[in-house]
Design a protein around this ligand. Structure first.
Ligand SMILES: Nc1nc2c(ncn2[C@@H]2O[C@H](COP(=O)(O)OP(=O)(O)OP(=O)(O)O)[C@@H](O)[C@H]2O)c(=O)[nH]1
Ligand SMILES: [Mg+2]
Length: 282
């Protein structure tokens, strides 16, 4: 597996934006992807915002396996950590808890009765930061969409008379020490497509799914049996979905794109890519 390094100029700019604006905010909200609460946690963000009250939010709860999310909650509780808030920005489920939790984090502050709580929303690209801001503001104010790197600047968005948000562009960190992190983030669409080859991402994702969700994989592609190797899994999916070239050979780029798209579109049902016990990955 390749080690991913992707820290382009606009992320360096985001790092600067966050650093410069930290003194203007009271709370940092880190948006995590509920399907991968560890891989989507940004160590650089933690380092940059050390000392600020912090609220972790697991977004895209609707796409994550509820069983995995429960186990993560047990894991965090066992480690004595505050539980992240579970939300689904696209359906607005759970989002009302965010301003409440942020106010709680500021309780006792002398200014609390005089001015709004200001919270900075940050996280990896495509985590749903802008969608969440829009869900909370009840009006569409931040540009959101499936492309990582859509938000380019810091934006201040008033939510209510006592709560304000600052939306920031997505940011990664300089180097993923664990190659699995890069793969998971590529699968989730947080890393630009050209950084990791689709073949590698699709093969690894299929292998993971064949271990953790074999029946879902069989159902999705109408397969009786699941082959063992990543190569044979891609072949089987390509044939099942008719991604073929003339002569009947599997069109690999197309087959791999289908797998990645199916994952992002939730076609395997609600699946998580990380479990506290590390299952599914070598
Ligand atoms: N199913 C589901 N999709 C979501 C949810 N939240 C966001 N999305 C989708 O995820 C994609 C990325 O959303 P954005 O809000 O643009 O993400 P972002 O974190 O602002 O991305 P950048 O600005 O590029 O860093 C969009 O296609 C959203 O519709 C959610 O809770 N559930
Ligand atoms: Mg955005």
């Amino acid at each position: 597996m390749a080690v991913v390094q992707w820290f382009p100029g606009h992320m360096a700019k985001t790092k600067r934006l966050i650093k410069e604006n930290l003194k203007r905010v009271d709370v940092v909200i880190e948006i995590l992807d509920a399907r991968a609460p560890l891989a989507s946690a940004n160590p650089l963000l933690r380092q940059l915002t050390a000392g600020k009250p912090r609220l972790a939010v697991l977004n895209k709860d609707d796409l994550a396996d509820p069983d995995a999310t429960i186990r993560w909650a047990e894991e965090f509780r066992g480690q004595g950590k505050t539980l992240p808030v579970r939300v689904s920005a696209s359906t607005r489920k759970g989002v009302d808890a965010i301003p409440k939790e942020c106010r709680k984090l500021c309780s006792g502050a002398s200014w609390l009765q005089r001015r709004p709580v200001r919270a900075l929303i940050a996280g990896i690209p495509n985590a749903g930061k802008s969608t969440l801001v829009n869900a909370m503001s009840k009006k569409r104010k931040a540009e959101a969409g499936a492309t990582p790197g859509l938000t380019r600047d810091l934006r201040r968005i008033p939510i209510t008379s006592n709560f304000e948000l600052f939306d920031t562009p997505g940011m990664l960190w300089h180097k993923f020490d664990d190659p699995r992190t890069g793969l998971i983030l590529a699968g989730l669409g947080a890393v630009k497509e050209t950084i990791l080859p689709d073949e590698e991402v699709a093969g690894e994702i299929l292998t993971y799914l064949s271990r953790c969700y074999p029946q879902r994989l069989k159902d999705r592609y109408k397969l009786e049996e699941l082959p063992e190797s990543a190569h044979d899994l891609v072949e089987a999916v390509g044939r099942a979905r008719g991604a073929l070239m003339s002569g009947g050979r599997v069109d690999w780029p197309r087959a791999c794109q289908m797998v990645i798209k199916d994952l992002r579109d939730g076609r395997y049902g609600a699946v998580s890519l990380e479990w506290p016990d590390g299952r599914g990955w070598d």
